[in-house]
Design a protein around this ligand. Structure first.
Ligand code: HEM
Length: 279
C-alpha cells in the first residue's frame, strides 16, 4: 500500500476510533447513572431498579442506543487492533532511538493492552448480566412477601402495581408465559406482567459466598484499567477529531482527566458496596 494511502486509512480509522470511543463514554455515563440506583438501601430499591431495567430493555429508543453501543464496542475494538498492527509495521525499529517514557505517558503506549482487558471485562460482564436478562428462561421474577393475619404469603409484583399470589401460579390457575407474562390457565388470556428480578441476580453475583469477593476484586481492577484507558483516550479522541482550539484544549484535557477518574471510581464503588455493606 502507498504510504499516503496508509496514512489516509489510518487517519480515517483514528477518526472512527474517536467517534465510537466518545459515544461509548456517553454510554458509560448513562450506564453509571442507572447502576448508581444499586447504592440505594430504600424499601423499594429492588422494584425501582427492576422498573428501570424493564424500561431499558423494552423502550424502542433505548433499544436503538443499545444496538449502537454493541456496534461501537465491536468497531472500536477491531479498529484499535488494526491500528496497533499498522503502527508496529510502520515503525519496525520500535522505539530504540527515542525514549517513549520521556514523551508519552504510560497509558498512551499501552492503549491496546488496556483496551483488550476492557474487552474481556465487557464480554464476561455481559454474559453475567445482560445475557441472563435477555435469554435466561429461569430468570427470577420479582416477588414480595406480605403478612396478613400473621400468615406471610409471597406474591409476584406486576407492572400495573398489582400482585399475583405465588401459590396461585403453583396451583396452575395462572401460568407464566414468555418469561414475564401471567396467563389465566383456563381461558388462555394474559392477565398481568411481572418484573424480571435483575436486582436480585446483580446483588447475588457480588454477594456470592464463594466467588463474590473474587468478582468484586476483579471488577475493581477492571475499573482501574478503564480509568487508565479513558485518561489517555478522552483527550486523544478530541485531537483525532481535529478539535484544536487553544481556548478549549485545556478545558477538554481537564474534563477528560476528571471523567477518567470519577466514572470508573463510582463504578468500582457499586460492587464494593454490595459485597461489603449491603445487608
Ligand atoms: C461495575 C459496575 C457495573 C454494574 C453493577 C453493571 C451492571 C450491569 C447490568 C445489571 C447489566 C444488564 C442490564 C441490561 O441487560 O439491560 C449491564 C449491561 C451492560 N454493561 Fe454493565 N455494569 C457495570 C459496569 C460496566 C462497565 C464499566 C461497562 C463497560 C466498560 C459495562 C458495559 C455493559 C454493557 C455494554 C451492557 C449491555 C448494555 C445494553 O444492552 O444496552 N458495564 N451492566
Amino acid at each position: 500500500m502507498a504510504k499516503s494511502a496508509l496514512l489516509k486509512s489510518s487517519l480515517a480509522k483514528k477518526y472512527w476510533m474517536a467517534l465510537t470511543g466518545l459515544f461509548l463514554c456517553l454510554f458509560l455515563t448513562g450506564h453509571l447513572l442507572g447502576n448508581l440506583q444499586l447504592l440505594s438501601t430504600g424499601e423499594n430499591a429492588a422494584l425501582h431498579f427492576n422498573q428501570y431495567a424493564l424500561f431499558m430493555t423494552t423502550n424502542p429508543a433505548v433499544k436503538v442506543l443499545s444496538y449502537l453501543t454493541y456496534i461501537s464496542i465491536i468497531f472500536h475494538a477491531i479498529d484499535g487492533i488494526i491500528l496497533t498492527v499498522q503502527n508496529k509495521k510502520a515503525r519496525p525499529i520500535n522505539y530504540v532511538m527515542n525514549r517513549p517514557g520521556k514523551n508519552t505517558i504510560w497509558a498512551s503506549r499501552n492503549m491496546a493492552v488496556l483496551g483488550t482487558v476492557i474487552l474481556v471485562f465487557i464480554v464476561t460482564h455481559m454474559v453475567s448480566f445482560w445475557a441472563r436478562m435477555h435469554f435466561d428462561k429461569d430468570m427470577p421474577l420479582q416477588t414480595v412477601t406480605i403478612t396478613a393475619g400473621g400468615m406471610p404469603q409471597e406474591f409476584y409484583l406486576t407492572t400495573d402495581g398489582g400482585y399475583v399470589p405465588k401459590g396461585q401460579v403453583l396451583q396452575g390457575a395462572v401460568v407464566i408465559k414468555n418469561r414475564t407474562e401471567f396467563y389465566d390457565a383456563a381461558a388462555n388470556v394474559k392477565i398481568k406482567e411481572g418484573y424480571k428480578d435483575l436486582y436480585k441476580i446483580t446483588v447475588a453475583f457480588f454477594k456470592d459466598a464463594k466467588l463474590g469477593l473474587v468478582y468484586t476484586i476483579l471488577y475493581v481492577i477492571s475499573m482501574v484499567v478503564l480509568g487508565f484507558h479513558l485518561f489517555h483516550g478522552f483527550g486523544s479522541a478530541f485531537q483525532s477529531l481535529g478539535a484544536n482550539n487553544p481556548k478549549y484544549n485545556g478545558l477538554i484535557k481537564n474534563f477528560g482527566k476528571a471523567f477518567a477518574i470519577v466514572v470508573p471510581l463510582l463504578f468500582a464503588v457499586i460492587p464494593v458496596f454490595i459485597h461489603f455493606i449491603l445487608k
